[in-house]
Design a protein around this ligand. Structure first.
Ligand code: HEC
Length: 131
């Protein structure tokens, strides 16, 4: 009886665990931005943050940053999915080409602002790609 119970508990836990991990499956950023839940307000906020903060490096590729037409860079980055990318921008990131300070040095930016600016960047890159 006890054995059966233990088996049942383990079986249930395994089911729950496998269900969770499939939910956490990361989505490529280009698919992510096609998600309906990204609205105009978020995009316009993202554009503001990009213009005020991120563009200082990502517009012309200053300090080793990728420009908005460096598709090779962004394609590789896109594969990491939003969670990892957001963490890297918020906490700062050292790549092969250079160092990005935490939040691109925008200490007054909230995590939501940073998320919006990341979405804006990938949307721009995708637009540039299809031009
Ligand atoms: C001081 C210059 C600088 C600023 C400002 C800056 N970045 Fe970066 N960014 C970099 C550098 C350098 C890298 C890393 C390049 C490499 O891989 O070597 C990078 C990488 C990235 C990546 C790729 C991260 C990854 O894990 O693949 C993203 C996304 C990004 N930046 C977004 C942003 C956003 C959004 C902002 C504005 C909030 C911003 N950056 C501001 C310099 C900057």
């Amino acid at each position: 009886m006890l054995k059966k119970l233990i088996f049942l508990v383990i079986f249930t836990l395994t089911l729950i665990a496998s269900n969770c991990s499939s939910k956490n499956k990361k989505t490529d950023m280009y698919n992510y931005i096609n998600d309906q839940s990204i609205n105009e307000k978020m995009l316009s906020n993202g554009k503001e943050v990009y213009k005020n903060v991120c563009a200082s490096c990502h517009m012309y590729g200053t300090a080793g940053a990728a420009t908005m037409i460096d598709f090779k860079f962004w394609n590789q980055s896109a594969n990491k999915g939003m969670d990892i990318i957001l963490k890297n921008v918020v906490e700062g990131y050292k790549g092969k080409l250079g160092v990005m300070p935490p939040k691109g040095n925008c200490l007054s930016c909230s995590d939501e602002d940073i998320k919006a600016s990341i979405i804006y960047i990938f949307k721009e890159v995708l637009d540039n790609k299809t031009k």
